[in-house]
Write a protein of this length. Structure first.
Length: 212
């Protein structure tokens, strides 16, 4: 499997935002690969293309897909609307510019008329959103958040469900905010918390928001 990162846009400070690409090293120039556009989860606050499970990517590649996993700008430096707009732009880039890039640099032919979207959690919600806006043949959304405009749903209520309910309330300090919202870039990649290790200020802030 071939795997690389390619910048598909820039943030408001001019920093690159990357998409992860994966395809079969056995792809022949005459083959025409459909696109599997995957969006990572993380509540629009944490995560990156690197958290998509490798076996999932390998299965898609082995079944003839070119996999595109875009990063997107994360809250709180941008609103969710901007995160979603980044993902729409990633679709536009994948169908309009990526075919020429892959053909010229790797001899890979892409069928941009055949695109599927997928994702986990917040990524599943984004996959559904992009499919509603763009020409998408199929969607695979794993445990997405739905009906977010309905304030009676559990998404709008405090929770005691682990791990959120087990986390203490957290109010970021000035130094914490400096890492959550750096002054020279809009974060589009933020690691998930690792069990057994102290959580980052961003992770503690996220858990506190989801808890309350």
């Amino acid at each position: 499997m071939q795997d690389l990162r390619v910048a598909y846009k820039r943030d408001d400070f001019g920093n690159d935002i990357f998409a992860r690409l994966a395809w079969s090293k056995d792809t022949l120039p005459k083959d025409s690969e459909p696109i599997a556009l995957i969006f990572h989860g993380g509540g629009l606050i944490v995560g990156s293309a690197e958290i998509i499970p490798t076996p999932q990517v390998e299965w898609l590649v082995s079944n003839g897909f070119l996999v595109v996993i875009p990063n997107y700008r994360l809250a709180p430096q941008v609103s969710g609307r901007i995160s979603y707009a980044d993902c729409e732009e990633a679709y536009d880039w994948a169908v309009s510019k990526l075919p020429d890039i892959m053909s010229a640099t790797h001899g890979v032919t892409i069928d941009s008329r055949r695109v599927v979207t997928m994702g986990h959690s917040a990524g599943g919600t984004i996959a559904l959103h992009v499919a509603a806006k763009k020409d998408v043949k199929a969607v695979a959304a794993f445990y997405p958040s739905l009906y977010l405009s309905d304030t009676s749903t559990t998404s709008h209520k405090p929770t005691t469900v682990p791990p959120f309910g087990l986390m203490p309330d957290f109010e970021p300090t000035r130094d914490d905010w400096a890492t959550i919202t750096p002054s020279d870039k809009q974060l589009s990649e933020a690691p998930l918390g690792i069990p057994g290790l102290p959580p980052s200020p961003r992770t503690k802030w996220q858990m506190s928001i989801l808890k309350n």
